[in-house]
Design a binder for this molecule. Structure first.
Ligand SMILES: Cc1cc2nc3c(=O)[nH]c(=O)nc-3n(C[C@H](O)[C@H](O)[C@H](O)COP(=O)(O)OP(=O)(O)OC[C@H]3O[C@@H](n4cnc5c(N)ncnc54)[C@H](O)[C@@H]3O)c2cc1C
Length: 578
């Protein structure tokens, strides 16, 4: 079946919905999503959205901008950070006007709390910058934006799975997707296509990410010849529930919770004397792993899967129930404990992709090291790399990125489609996608997909996790390459067309393997330590050689690497201490 819309947006999380809202003001707009929109992973975001409103204490966009640049270990493009911080205030008030029910102060203003790496006066002390709706901020954003999109008559294609992107030279003309309910292949002819497919934490074993976070957008684009940027930078959040990875928001530490080792010591005093538990995530995750390696984890056996305690008992039951109700619920459900009475066992969990599809600040996808863009191809949200988060994102800056840069990308799409002509589709645009699906149905019986997924996740966790070294990464690249070769023999057992979840999971595994491969290659290539990329064999940041973005092209199981400059026009890089 064929459809024609001026703007096609792939993804219905915060980024997809915000861009759809903007684009649909003037363009016929369709949103394609493998999930029902409000089940998108943005709904899991807990702690809040950052903006220097100064509702509780003095705050300024310049401080927010600086924190974002320093937090990103100076790989952040600095003008992009300035836009983020300056437009944050308006963005939050706009969400409020759209109907988002923020938590309030006694005076009725939007309440704000502390979050990791957000400081007053260029690093002096933590500041209350995170605007929140209890610990359900992302859920509220999704509900608010979805209602607004319905009002704007955006066409939703729910439970449609992206299979291929149709790029002709440097111009994108549409996508091909499969309808899950019928197995039917649909072609979407578009003047502009925007990718907002979210993160890919599922390449790792322990992750805060949903099962759906499989990097389908970046992987499909990489196979179509689009480069991926800064893929070596994957953030581990310090506080995932031990053994499960489910996130315990930084908001717990923002409200006064603290990390303790087996001796009951507040070990962050040693690693970040000013910011303590509210240092950026890369530093806190490394501190936890270092404590574990010293034998100070709670079990004390120095094994990588040991854990530490997050003590929230000092916050008090009333504040926990009012400001962190979901966290209290997770602790009761998954651990059988009340966080107001007992400490929460936590360990670092794979959380956020700083790297992804390279874009400029208007959301246009970049195609080469000169910064030239494709025509009619855009990206926003976690799958994109602007790069506003550099080598390490600060908490609350992703929801903000979705809104600030979602607005810009949506506006740019709306402008572009009014001037652009319809591109020409090939005579059988669905042919490649059909062949891909049919190969999975008729192929020889390969290894079970579950086994291959687990092997990939273990390799990535153990060799390309919080700490990395050359030998481990080489081993990981070989392992992932081997799995990718084995994948060509994978076949589905279930050949039904309706809701064939086995087929979808296999397609997702293919995407994960390609993303894992690029991530491992990028990690092996960067011989320095910066932000979330921590090489034990190259423990220092090396600005002389590595103050640059990496671009990787995936070429038939191989790769090509090039670089782009980082914009450091506002602040000179300095050593990063907290
Ligand atoms: C547990 C948790 C808590 C967080 N808390 C915060 C926080 O407090 N503050 C903050 O700033 N950030 C937070 N983050 C990060 C932030 O929530 C995410 O980075 C952000 O929500 C991603 O939004 P998105 O729109 O890019 O992607 P998503 O919300 O993940 O949406 C992706 C969309 O793409 C669609 N899609 C994917 N693949 C396909 C395909 N093949 N075909 C069709 N559709 C497809 C999906 O259906 C979905 O609609 C948190 C993250 C996690 C995991």
């Amino acid at each position: 079946m064929k459809h024609q819309y001026e703007a096609v947006i792939v993804g219905a999380g915060g980024a997809g919905l915000y861009t759809a809202l903007e684009a649909s003001r003037t363009a016929t707009t369709a949103v394609i999503s493998k999930l029902y929109p409000v089940r998108s992973h943005t709904g899991a975001a807990q702690g809040g959205i950052g903006a220097a409103l100064g509702n509780i204490e003095e705050d300024k966009p310049e401080w927010h901008e600086f924190d974002t640049i320093k937090g990103g270990d100076y790989l952040t493009d600095q003008k992009a950070a300035r836009i983020l911080a300056e437009e944050a205030i308006q963005a939050v008030y706009h969400l409020e006007n759209l109907g988002l029910p923020f938590s309030r102060t006694k005076e009725g203003k939007i309440d704000q709390r502390r979050f990791g790496g957000h400081t007053r006066n260029f690093g002096e002390a933590p500041v209350r910058r995170s605007c929140y709706a209890a610990d359900r901020t992302g859920h509220m954003i999704l509900q608010t934006l979805y209602q607004q999109c319905i009002k704007n008559e955006v066409a939703f294609f729910d439970e449609f799975f992206l299979l291929e992107v149709l790029i002709d030279g440097n111009k994108c003309n549409g996508i091909v997707a499969m309808e899950l309910a019928t197995g039917e292949i649909h072609v979407f002819h578009a003047k502009a296509v925007l990718f907002a497919t979210g993160g890919f934490g599922r390449i790792f074993r322990t992750t805060s990410n949903a099962y759906a976070n499989t990097g389908d957008g970046p992987a499909s684009l990489a196979r179509a010849g689009v480069p991926l940027q800064d893929m070596e930078f994957f953030q581990f959040h310090p506080t995932g529930i031990y053994g499960m990875g489910i996130l315990i928001t930084e908001g717990v530490r923002g409200e006064g919770g603290m990390l303790l080792n087996r001796k009951g010591e507040r070990f962050m005093e040693e690693y970040a004397p000013t910011m303590l538990d509210l240092a950026p995530r890369d530093m806190v995750s490394r501190a936890i792993i270092t404590e574990i390696q010293k034998g100070n984890g709670i079990r004390g056996d120095k094994k990588i899967d040991d854990y530490v305690y997050l003590d929230a008992t000092r916050i008090g039951k009333e504040v926990i129930e009012k400001k962190l109700p979901d966290i209290a619920g997770f602790c009761r459900t998954y651990l059988g404990i009340d966080p107001a009475e007992k400490p929460i066992p936590v360990q670092p969990t794979a959380h956020y992709a700083m790297g992804g599809i390279p874009t400029d600040t208007s959301g246009r996808v970049i195609r080469n090291e000169k910064g030239e863009a494709y025509e009619g191809l855009y990206a926003a949200g976690e799958c994109a790399c602007i790069s506003v988060h550099g080598a390490n994102r600060l908490g609350t800056n992703s929801l903000l990125d979705l809104v600030v840069y979602g607005k810009k990308a949506g506006g740019e799409v709306s402008r572009y489609v009014k001037e652009a002509d319809w591109g020409t589709l090939p005579s059988s645009p669905e042919e490649k996608a059909k062949a891909r699906v049919s190969a999975l149905i008729t192929g020889r019986k390969g290894r079970p997909k579950g086994e291959m997924t687990t092997e990939m996740q273990n390799i990535m966790m153990e060799k390309v996790g919080v700490y990395r070294n050359d030998a481990g990464i080489k081993n990981a690249i070989e392992g992932i390459r081997g799995l990718r070769e084995e994948f060509t023999g994978v076949r589905v057992q279930d050949t039904n067309k309706r809701f064939n979840t086995e087929l979808i999971e296999i397609l997702e595994l293919e995407n994960l393997l390609d993303i894992a491969y690029v991530t491992a290659v990028a990690a092996g290539n960067r011989t320095e330590t910066r932000g979330a990329h921590s090489r034990v064999d190259f423990p220092e940041r090396n600005d002389e050689k590595w103050l640059k973005h990496s671009l990787i092209w995936l070429e038939a199981g191989k790769h090509r690497i090039a670089y782009r400059d980082v914009d450091i026009s506002l602040y000179k890089p300095k050593p990063r201490a907290y």
